[in-house]
Design a protein around this ligand. Sequence first.
Ligand code: 13P
Length: 249
Amino acid sequence: MARKKIIAGNWKMNMTPSEAVKLVETLKPLVVNDEVDVVFCVPAIDIIPVVEAAKGSNIQVGAENMYFEEKGAYTGEISPNMLVDAGAKYVVLGHSERREYFAETSESVNKKMLKAFEHGITPIMCCGESLTQREQGITMDWIRQQVKVGFLNVTAEQAKTAVIAYEPIWAIGTGKTATTEQAQEVCAGIRACIAEIYDDATAAAIRIQYGGSVNAKTAPDLFAQADIDGGLVGGASLKEEFGKIVNYK
Ligand code: 13P
């Protein structure tokens, strides 16, 4: 069975709740496309108003992070139950900005992955190399490690429903999109890694996105690649351009 494309916006630390509602109203008619899963990953405080504003549309809502404990003395954190109750269906885990600025590790990402599955939230697990790592020729070694640690103790049945976002750090917010060849090569490598950990059926089912300066111009070629099942879009997800990206064909 062909994999359904999944195109997600990652709003990062943008949009107050009232701005968020306005953006959803603007984008709602533009992101209609039955062939694609459309997800808006938004700041925690925007989840409830965005879920409300997106009612009756094809927009699904996700969070940008989550803690791996159920509840308790973890000031400032958001639990899986809070996300579920608020209506979030997805959660971005291990974004490079969280790894870089908030000391997120593949081990903590793994704990969050397991919790997300336990609560029926679909993780969008991010991985990606720095420019130095690419120049050193260790891109695939690095990403294989991120994937292997991130998926530790995740079952094949769970992995089949997961989303992996390949986001080369040097392409994020730089306007420098990876070439389609570079993106396809790594996404194919990630799929091969999943086949090694699990089996061919799991590798064939899991969805792998590309992220990093995706725009309306670069999306069609990227999303046409055999192992690229959509995108995780930052800057362009906050504009009407996101409608063009969702309707990339
Ligand atoms: P940009 O699309 O702004 O480069 O951001 C990519 C990203 O980090 C999505 O998670």
